[in-house]
Design a protein around this ligand. Structure first.
Ligand SMILES: *Cc1c(COP(=O)(O)O)cnc(C)c1O
Length: 219
């Protein structure tokens, strides 16, 4: 089933769009099956799950952190991940920068935007994004490569459209600013139920879990 799902999605995605397979709760073997079916980027929400899967899959794929990164996990995270999509504060960026400096690595990151401006949700508020990008651009071991957003959860994907539009607008605005260490290339938006709308609104990176692996079982 995973193989067929992967094939369907890879055929359907327009050229130039990166697929991140959102792998939370999946076993390392399921993840490996996806990679063998053509998945190039694995998205993990938890460092511990990523470590477990990494032992099986290793560098057969790229690894993206798509969940909130706790500062005390940064040291482990920078060893595994090729990109951290969820940087939303200078405090977190500084911790990542320091951990990277220790191992001689430059981490590519996306800035997570709280496009729904929801209290308690991860992400920087849209109005604070430009100044955050400016602050982070001064860190030597971090390279900003774009924006990521979740958008508010809503049944109808049409409800997410205005938030995707808002994030795309911000992406273009930041792209115009010339800063060292910033190269706006990726706009990560859209999940299983919303990626079609996200693509229409300019996403070039989509994070898909359920549509690849099937419904998640939480126990
Ligand atoms: C789980 C998750 C996804 C994918 O969700 P699906 O609805 O299973 O496609 C995308 N992005 C993030 C940050 C996630 O945690």
């Amino acid at each position: 089933m995973i193989k067929n799902n992967m094939k369907g999605i890879l055929e359907e995605l327009p050229e130039g769009v990166e697929l991140v397979g959102a792998a939370k709760t999946r076993t390392p073997d399921e993840i490996l099956e996806c990679v063998e079916a053509g998945l190039k980027i694995i998205g993990e929400n938890y460092v511990q799950e990523a470590e477990r899967a990494f032992q099986v899959v290793g560098d057969k794929a790229k690894w993206h952190m798509i969940g909130h990164l706790q500062s005390n996990k940064a040291k482990k995270a920078v060893k595994i991940f090729d990109m951290i999509e969820t940087v939303d504060s200078i405090k977190l960026a500084k911790v990542i920068d320091k951990s990277c400096a220790n191992i001689g690595k430059v981490m590519t990151v996306l800035i997570e935007i709280n496009s729904g401006e929801e209290i308690q949700k991860a992400g920087v508020l849209p109005e604070d994004a430009v100044s955050l990008v400016r602050d982070i651009s001064e860190l030597k071991n971090i390279k900003i490569m774009g924006l990521m957003t979740m958008g508010p959860f809503a049944g109808d994907p049409e409800n997410a459209r205005p938030y995707f539009q808002k994030t795309k607008k911000l992406f273009e605005e930041i792209k115009k600013i010339d800063l060292p260490g910033v190269e706006m290339e990726y706009l990560s938006m859209g999940m299983s139920n919303s990626y079609k709308v996200a693509l229409e609104e300019g996403a070039n990176m989509v994070r898909i879990g359920t549509k690849i692996f099937g419904e998640r079982q939480y126990d």
